[in-house]
Design a protein around this ligand. Structure first.
Ligand SMILES: C[S@@+](CC[C@H](N)C(=O)[O-])C[C@H]1O[C@@H](n2cnc3c(N)ncnc32)[C@H](O)[C@@H]1O
Length: 297
């Protein structure tokens, strides 16, 4: 049973010998790559990210490797381990054997999370060079949310390179930024393909709790796109197209934000933008923009 009591009071910070928390036989300890940042997080902040992963690539989470333990890694879970614990609850619903590892570069935060450790849920101290065992563990999905926004742009590709070796072939890295409650977010979706990390898509997500307008997503763009909404850049062209599609969809205003969102995506698809217009995603507030032409690492 997962400890559901994630109240701050219950997150004990004492009487745990940090060095006993991780089974050091599992991996070689190397200096964590990266640096500590603000640890702001919130319960259910990444619920929609988990739901997206389940919809997009459930089979990866369900995979059984003959030689390795299949691992989902939550990089930079923050001051409290809410997001990792919640992902464990969701993903164990489709594969109870999936190993869930929350990684934090801040030792105090690993200490706080230790009381939530249980079978198949582990919290480890580490950085982008993930604390996974090379001999026995491979990540099918790595999530790094609200982490790289606090880094300099030039460090972003280095971070991707550092995480790549821990992914299984075909595995995904979802890296993005959300608002404080996770109502709106944008994420890069990468897949390991022939030992390289290839960008597959950029995913835009809204839960329709706030007014939908394409412009709003510009406030939560991942670090690599922040400076790309300028003339001549593909992301700028995409936003221009989406804003125009939005304008043409406004006649549906009386039906609600969801209808405007869906119609704008249908119009984008008609105009030739490589977006996924399947109702399965659009009705749930996800826009998938395919960008499979860039090799990152
Ligand atoms: C803003 S919190 C994000 C928490 C959570 N992911 C969320 O979205 O709510 C960022 C966390 O990432 C951690 N962090 C930053 N760089 C890291 C790295 N290289 N490896 C592991 N954790 C890192 C920070 O210490 C901080 O606790």
């Amino acid at each position: 049973m997962i400890n559901n009591d994630t109240s701050i009071e219950n997150i004990c910070t004492s009487q745990v010998n940090y060095y006993n928390m991780v089974d050091k036989r599992h991996y070689q300890f190397t200096r964590p790559q990266g640096h500590e940042t603000r640890g702001k997080t919130a319960r259910n902040r990444l619920r929609r990210v988990d739901n997206f992963v389940l919809m997009y690539t459930k089979s990866l989470l369900q995979k059984r490797f003959s030689k390795y333990r299949n691992v989902f890694v939550d990089v930079g879970y923050g001051e409290y381990p809410f997001t990792t614990i919640e992902s464990a609850q969701r993903f164990h619903g489709v594969n109870k054997d999936l190993y869930i590892v929350g990684v934090e570069i801040d030792k105090e935060r690993v200490l706080k999370a230790s009381s939530f450790q249980k079978e198949h849920v582990d919290f480890r101290h580490g950085g982008f060079n993930l604390p996974l065992c090379e001999q026995s563990e491979r990540a099918s999905v790595i999530r790094a949310f609200n982490v790289l926004r606090q880094y300099e742009k030039k460090q972003v590709t280095k971070a991707y390179s550092a995480m790549l070796p821990y992914l299984t072939e075909g595995g995904i890295l979802i890296e993005g930024t959300s608002d404080p409650l996770g109502r709106i977010w944008v994420a890069n979706l990468f897949r390991k393909h022939h030992v390289c990390l290839q960008q597959e898509a950029v995913v835009f997500s809204t839960n329709f709790r706030c007014e939908f307008h394409p412009q709003n997503f510009q406030t939560v763009l991942p670090k690599n796109y922040i400076e790309c909404v300028v003339a001549g850049e593909k992301m700028h062209d995409f936003f221009c197209g989406w804003k125009e599609a939005y304008r043409q969809s406004l006649y549906l205003r009386n039906w609600g934000e969801r209808q405007i969102f869906q119609k704008s995506i249908a119009l984008l698809a008609e105009s030739g933008y490589p977006v996924n217009s399947c109702k399965k995603y659009t009705s749930r507030g996800y826009l998938i923009l395919y960008v499979n032409d860039e090799k990152y690492v």
